[in-house]
Design a protein around this ligand. Structure first.
Ligand SMILES: Nc1ncnc2c1ncn2[C@@H]1O[C@H](COP(=O)(O)OP(=O)(O)OP(=O)(O)O)[C@@H](O)[C@H]1O
Ligand SMILES: [Mg+2]
Length: 273
C-alpha cells in the first residue's frame, strides 16, 4: 500500500523575529506512488518541508496529511534517508540494514527480506563486514536497504547522493527510482541537481527563497529506467534549467529593487534631518 501526501496551507516561522516566513503558503498534493523532486536554491526551505512530511517538525500553520491522517510524529511507514547514511559504526552491514525491523520487532519473521535487499543493492559479498570497511557509496546502499526493509509507503530523500562520485551517484539514482516505481512507493526527493531531478522524478517542483514558496513545476513523462542519452531527456533538462534560471533571475531583480528602495528611503531621511 502506498500513500497520497497532502501538504495544505503550510506557513512556517522558525522564530517570531523573522520578517518573512521560512515557508509561505505551501500547497502540494503528491499522488500515491508518484516520485516528486523538490528543487531550489540553498536555504529556500526544502529540508524544512521534508522534515514536516517526515513528522520531525510541526509547521506553524497548516498541515501535512498522509493517506488522510495528519502527520504529527515520525512513523515506520515513512522513512527518511539523509545526505550522510547515519549508520552505526560498530555494527555489520547486515545488522545496520536490519535495524528498522529490529526496532519494529519483526526481524525474525522478515530476516529473508534483509538478505534480498542487500543482494539487490549489490552488497551480497559484504553482509558480514563492519560498515566502516565500506566505501561511501556502499554505505549509502546499506542505508537504502535499511530504509526499504520496513516496506515503507513513503520514502523521503534529502540529497542522499550528493557526497558520492558521479558514477555511483548516477547508478544509485537509477536504482532507487526503479525500486520506488516497482514497489509503488511514494517518493519525495530534495535535490540541487537538475539532472538528478529529471532522472528520478515524475514531477519536479521548483521552490523560491525568501520567503520559501512553490513557484513552478514540471512533469517528466519518461518511462523508467531512463536513458540520459536521449534527446528528450536533454530537452527536459534544458527546459528545467531555463525555468529555474528565469525564476531565479526574477527573484534577484526583486531583491535588488527592495535594496534600492531601502537606499532611497535612507537618503531621503538623511536629507530631511
Ligand atoms: N532549526 C532551525 N532554526 C532556525 N532556522 C532554521 C533552522 N533550520 C533551518 N533554518 C533556516 O530556514 C531556512 C531554510 O532552511 P532549509 O534547511 O530548509 O533549507 P534548504 O532548502 O534545505 O537548504 P540547503 O539546500 O542548503 O540544504 C534557512 O534560512 C535556514 O537558515
Ligand atoms: Mg537542505
Amino acid at each position: 500500500m502506498s500513500s497520497n501526501i497532502w501538504i495544505s496551507d503550510i506557513t512556517h516561522y522558525y522564530n517570531k523575529k523573522q520578517t518573512s516566513p521560512t515557508l509561505d503558503d505551501i500547497n502540494l498534493t503528491i499522488p500515491q506512488g508518484q516520485l516528486t523532486a523538490l528543487i531550489g536554491r540553498s536555504g529556500c526551505g526544502k529540508s524544512t518541508l521534508l522534515q514536516m512530511i517526515a513528522g520531525l517538525l510541526i509547521p506553524t500553520e497548516g498541515a501535512v496529511r498522509i493517506s488522510g491522517h495528519t502527520v504529527t510524529k515520525p512513523s515506520a511507514k515513512w522513512n527518511m534517508m539523509f545526505q550522510k547514511p547515519s549508520l552505526y559504526p560498530w555494527m555489520t552491514v547486515r545488522e545496520n540494514a536490519a535495524l528498522g525491523l529490529v526496532f519494529a520487532g519483526t526481524y525474525k519473521q522478515k530476516k529473508e527480506r534483509v538478505e534480498e535487499l542487500l543482494d539487490m543493492v549489490g552488497l551480497a559479498d559484504h553482509k558480514d563486514k563492519n560498515v566502516q570497511q565500506l566505501s561511501g557509496g556502499q554505505q549509502q546502499r546499506v542505508a537504502l536497504a535499511r530504509s526499504l526493509a520496513t516496506e515503507p509507503d513513503v520514502l523521503l530523500l534529502d540529497e542522499p547522493f550528493s557526497a558520492l562520485d558521479a558514477f555511483t551517484r548516477s547508478a544509485l539514482q537509477t536504482e532507487v527510482a526503479q525500486i520506488c516505481h516497482d514497489y509503488g512507493i511514494t517518493m519525495v526527493l530534495v535535490t540541487h541537481d537538475i539532472e538528478e531531478a529529471v532522472a528520478m522524478a515524475d514531477n519536479v517542483v521548483i521552490m523560491n527563497h525568501n520567503p520559501g514558496r512553490i513557484v513552478g513545476s514540471m512533469e517528466v513523462p519518461l518511462a523508467y529506467p531512463r536513458d540520459r542519452g536521449t534527446e528528450e531527456f536533454g530537452e527536459l533538462k534544458d527546459y528545467l534549467f531555463a525555468e529555474f534560471e528565469k525564476i531565479d533571475q526574477a527573484k534577484q531583480a526583486e531583491l535588488a529593487a527592495l535594496e534600492a528602495q531601502k537606499d532611497i528611503q535612507q537618503t531621503q531621511q538623511a536629507l530631511a534631518s
